[in-house]
Design a protein around this ligand. Structure first.
Ligand code: ADP
Ligand code: MG
Length: 333
C-alpha cells in the first residue's frame, strides 16, 4: 500500500508540471494508421496538445474497421438488418462520403469495404484474389444502398454483407476537427499533416503563401509541382506509389476502382485535391485518382465544389491541373 501511494504522488506532480508547460508541436503514430503531426510555431498550453491527442483517439476509435467495437464496425454488422444510431462525428463523415460518392458517380464509394477486405488492404495481409472472388464482391459495392437519416441520426446499409470503409475520408475529417480545436485555443497558424493529408491553418506571419510540394510519382525525391496557398487550405494527394504490394512482379496499390473492384488502372499516378475543407479534399483526391481529369473537371465546375482544384499526374503526360480558387496558385517546380 505504501508503495502504491508513493507511485501516485510521483505521478501527480509530473502531470501538473507538464500541464503548465507550453509546446509548439504534436506528433503521434497511434491513430488513423499513420503519423499525425501538428506544428503551431508559437508556443501554446500543453492542454491544447492533450486535447488534440484525445480528439484523434476518439476519431480513431469511431472509424477503425479493424476494431469490432467501433461505430463503423457496428454499422457494418447491422447491414441488411436495421439502422444504427451513430455519433455526430460518424454521421457527418458518412453524410459527406455519400455526397462525394454522388458527385463522383461512385468513383469515391464508401461501400468499398468488401473489396478492400478481399485485397487485404486494411489488415495489411495483402493478397491477389481470384477472378470469382472479385466478381462476388462487385454487387456489394453501391453507395445508393446507404441511408443516412438526419432526423434520427442513423446510418443504414440496406444490403446484407455490404461494408462501409471510411479510410479514404477520415483523415481529412480529423484534420478539419483538429483545425477547429486550434481555433478555440486562438492558435494563429499551424501546419497539420495527417499521413500526407495537409491542412495549412491561418496565415504565415510575413504574409507569404504556404508552399506545399507535390512529389513526382516517378521520382520520389523530386517535387513536380508547388501549391501556394494563402490561408486555411488543405492539400491532399492520393497516389498508388506509396502504399502498394507486389505479387509475381506486378504492383497492386490500395485504391480500388469500384466498377471492377480491382486496384484502379487508368494511367493516373497521383491525384491531388486542393481546397478549404480537408474532409472534402480527402474524398475528392481518391475520386480524382479513380475518375481522372474528366471527372475532376466535372466536379470543380459544380457550384458546391467551385473552391476546389486538382493536380493530376499521369503516366503519359507531365501533369494536368486546374485550380479555381484565388486563394491558391500552382506552379511547375
Ligand atoms: P490514403 O489513405 O493512402 O491517404 P486515400 O485517401 O486515397 O489514400 O484512401 C485510400 C483508402 O480509402 C484505402 O485504404 C481504402 O480504405 C479506401 N478506398 C480505396 N478505394 C476507395 C474508393 N474507390 N472509394 C472510397 N474509398 C476507397
Ligand atoms: Mg482520400
Amino acid at each position: 500500500m505504501k508503495n502504491k501511494l508513493t507511485f501516485v504522488f510521483l505521478i501527480v506532480p509530473f502531470l501538473f508540471i507538464s500541464c503548465r508547460g507550453k509546446r509548439n508541436s504534436f506528433v503521434s503514430s497511434d491513430y488513423l494508421g499513420t503519423v499525425c503531426s501538428v506544428s503551431t510555431f508559437d508556443n501554446y498550453p500543453q492542454e491544447l496538445f492533450v486535447q488534440l491527442d484525445g480528439l484523434l483517439k476518439k476519431i480513431d476509435s469511431l472509424f477503425d474497421v479493424n476494431n469490432p467495437g467501433s461505430e463503423v464496425s457496428r454499422i457494418n454488422r447491422f447491414a441488411g438488418i436495421e439502422p444504427v444510431k451513430v455519433s455526430r462525428e460518424v454521421f457527418v463523415v458518412v453524410d459527406t462520403a455519400i455526397s462525394v460518392a454522388q458527385i463522383s458517380d461512385g468513383a469515391f464509394d464508401l461501400t468499398i469495404g468488401s473489396a478492400v477486405d478481399l485485397w487485404g488492404i486494411n489488415s495489411r495481409n495483402y493478397k491477389v484474389p481470384g477472378d470469382e472472388e472479385v466478381e462476388s464482391v462487385r454487387f456489394l459495392v453501391d453507395f445508393n444502398q446507404v441511408e443516412a437519416d438526419r432526423l434520427k441520426g442513423t446510418v443504414f446499409i440496406k444490403k446484407e454483407g455490404m461494408k462501409i470503409d471510411l479510410g479514404g475520408i477520415a483523415k481529412g475529417y480529423a484534420a478539419d476537427c483538429a483545425a477547429e480545436l486550434l481555433g478555440t485555443y486562438k492558435v494563429k497558424r499551424a501546419v497539420l499533416d495527417f499521413g500526407g493529408n495537409i491542412y495549412l491553418y491561418g496565415k504565415k506571419p510575413d504574409g507569404s503563401p504556404w508552399r506545399t510540394g507535390i512529389k513526382n510519382p516517378l521520382e520520389k525525391n523530386q517535387i513536380a509541382a508547388v501549391v501556394d496557398g494563402k490561408e486555411n487550405i488543405s492539400v491532399v494527394t492520393s497516389g498508388g506509389y506509396e502504399r502498394f504490394f507486389e505479387s509475381d512482379g506486378t504492383k497492386y496499390h490500395h485504391i480500388i476502382d469500384p466498377e471492377t473492384c480491382r486496384p484502379c488502372e487508368n494511367g493516373v499516378l497521383s491525384a491531388t485535391a486542393v481546397g478549404p475543407s480537408s474532409i472534402i479534399c480527402d474524398a475528392l483526391s481518391t475520386a480524382f485518382f479513380v475518375g481522372g481529369e474528366s471527372l475532376a473537371q466535372k466536379i470543380i465546375r459544380t457550384e458546391a465544389y467551385r473552391d476546389y482544384g486538382y493536380i493530376i499526374m499521369t503516366a503519359s503526360e507531365n501533369y494536368r491541373l486546374d485550380v479555381c480558387s484565388e486563394n491558391v496558385m500552382v506552379s511547375e517546380n
